[in-house]
Design a protein around this ligand. Structure first.
Ligand code: HEC
Length: 112
């Protein structure tokens, strides 16, 4: 499993502009966005204390079939290399792109 530090680097490059340096929103590119990027350190709190791995994974990855739908946040599936690592999603080990597994490890590490 990739460590949170690896995901933090990916986050800094791809997500910080909207979600902010520490994931709490208010990145430099978030001004005027509607809806505003949510505070990503509160995902577990909004989900009975459990980090919502499956939901976050599918949200970040995006759904190619829904590419036509307007969505403020870009989909990152296409931007991730396809070297796969096993990630536990809802109790099932699921082959997941390493960059995505890393960014999820980072997000889980910043929950408060
Ligand atoms: C262009 C701005 C932008 C960028 C870049 C961006 N996001 Fe988002 N993100 C948003 C917005 C806005 C939302 C709220 C939902 C929506 O309208 O898309 C969101 C929602 C989310 C959610 C869903 C939270 C929930 O309630 O389930 C997650 C997780 C997330 N972002 C993670 C990321 C990660 C990880 C990256 C980088 C790989 C990233 N975002 C890059 C703007 C952005």
């Amino acid at each position: 499993m990739p460590e949170p530090e690896e995901g933090q680097a990916f986050f800094a490059e791809n997500c910080m502009s909207c979600h902010g340096r520490d994931g709490r929103g208010n990145g430099p590119g978030s001004a005027g966005l509607s809806p505003m990027p949510p505070d990503l350190t509160l995902l577990a709190r909004g989900n009975d204390g459990m980090f919502p791995t499956a939901r976050s994974l599918s949200y970040i990855w995006g759904d190619p079939d829904q590419g036509h739908l307007a969505r403020v946040m870009p989909q990152f599936g296409g931007a991730m290399a396809d070297d796969l690592v096993p990630l536990e999603v809802d109790g099932v080990l699921t082959p997941t792109p390493r960059a995505l597994a890393a960014v999820l490890a980072y997000l889980e590490s910043i929950q408060r």
